[in-house]
Design a binder for this molecule. Structure first.
Ligand code: UT7
Length: 330
């Protein structure tokens, strides 16, 4: 029996910076090649934001589009949950800057730190906020400038990331069958040091030492992260389907986090989804962390591959480790 959704997606919007950085650009500064990057990751290009375009500004552009699609104004929003691994400032939350930019004066605004599945964590939180009566319309956002925390001298990470934002208006369901049929989120903090930024936080505050050691940049044990990504995204697919009470055969489109084409293919294989039913845009945007899922949904809508009434399986994995999934009747 299909669960009645408590919330539904009322609007979606994305924003990407104008500047395209191709793999060829990295060949000029790093010991790498377009061939290696394409073969090992599937990435061909990514977007990079200029210093004057903040995370909050990218989030604002995406949020305005999401509000327009929902037919709502900023004052209709009761809460903003912004997932990011790259807040504009360490205090206050980037969500508060976004609130000010939007003029969403009736909202509570806060950031959520859950790395790449942040958008799915934010969706889960928004569903809970509706359930507890905190309001009816929530803005969930995944917004990142990952190129500000990737070490440009480290070939194993510099080539992976892109900047982008995605936003959705999550609205209390009107009682119909459209909406969020299930969510699943999980973490394993024992594996934190496989993907992390060691310096610059409270443990080792920013200092000449931190800068000299470059420990304020992302460090990643790529191969170990890869293996965990495949395992956890597979588990997450199973969990979301089970909680929604449906089988993979009933899913019209898989929307996986876009970190690496090989991880996407392994996840699709596990879920038994043919690649024509999988959204893939890692080639164009790289890994945009929490923005990755809304970016892929937006592309699916624009290409006519995602249509109202379709059943979508969303799944993501990231630093923490964290992983999550959702089944959504679009
Ligand atoms: O968003 C969620 C979190 N992130 C992820 O899910 C990423 C998961 N990991 C991955 O996608 C892959 O592990 C990477 C793309 C990061 C790396 O691919 P890999 O096939 O696992 O390569 P590797 O780390 O095992 O490295 C293989 C070789 C090494 O050289 P040696 O030791 O064999 O001589 C690396 O130094 O490839 C080398 N290498 C590169 N060579 C050319 C690493 N980066 C590069 C590069 N260009 N950019």
């Amino acid at each position: 029996m299909i669960r009645r959704p408590l919330v539904e997606f009322a609007g979606l919007g994305v924003a990407v910076p104008d500047r395209v950085v191709t793999n060829a650009e990295f060949e000029k500064t790093l010991d790498t090649s377009d061939q290696w990057i394409v073969e090992r990751t599937g990435i061909r290009e990514r977007r990079v934001a200029p210093p004057e375009q903040s995370v909050a500004m990218l989030a604002q552009e995406a949020s305005r589009k999401a509000l327009a699609m929902a037919g709502l104004g900023p004052l209709d929003i009761h809460g903003i949950v912004l997932a990011t691994a790259t807040p504009d400032r360490l205090l206050p939350a980037t969500a508060c800057d976004l609130q000010a930019l939007l003029g969403a004066r009736n909202a509570a605004a806060f950031d959520l730190s859950a790395a790449c599945p942040g958008f799915l964590f934010a969706l889960t939180v928004a569903e809970g906020l509706v359930a507890s009566g905190q309001g009816e319309n929530f803005l969930i956002v995944g917004a990142e400038k990952l190129n500000t925390i990737a070490d440009p001298t480290d070939r194993s990470t510099a080539i992976l990331f892109g900047d982008a934002a995605g936003a959705a208006v999550i609205r209390k369901s009107d009682g119909g069958t459209r909406g969020v049929l299930s969510t699943f989120i999980k973490s394993d903090g024992n594996l934190a040091d496989l993907l992390y930024r060691p310096g610059g936080g409270a443990v080792d505050p920013i200092s000449n030492k931190v800068v000299a050691e470059r420990s304020h940049f992302i460090k990643m044990a790529g191969r170990e992260v890869f293996k965990s990504a495949v395992l956890t995204m597979s588990e997450a697919c199973d969990q979301a389907l089970q909680r929604a009470g449906i089988s993979a055969a009933e899913v019209d489109m898989l929307i996986p986090h876009q970190a690496n084409l090989r991880i996407i293919e392994a996840t699709a294989r596990h879920a038994g989804m043919p690649l024509e039913k999988v959204m893939i845009n890692v080639d164009r945007y790289g890994n945009t962390s929490s923005a990755s899922i809304p970016l892929a949904i937006d592309q699916g809508i624009a290409e006519g591959r995602i249509k109202p009434g379709m059943t979508l399986l969303l799944v993501a994995f990231g630093g923490g480790f964290t992983w999550g999934s959702a089944v959504v009747k679009w």
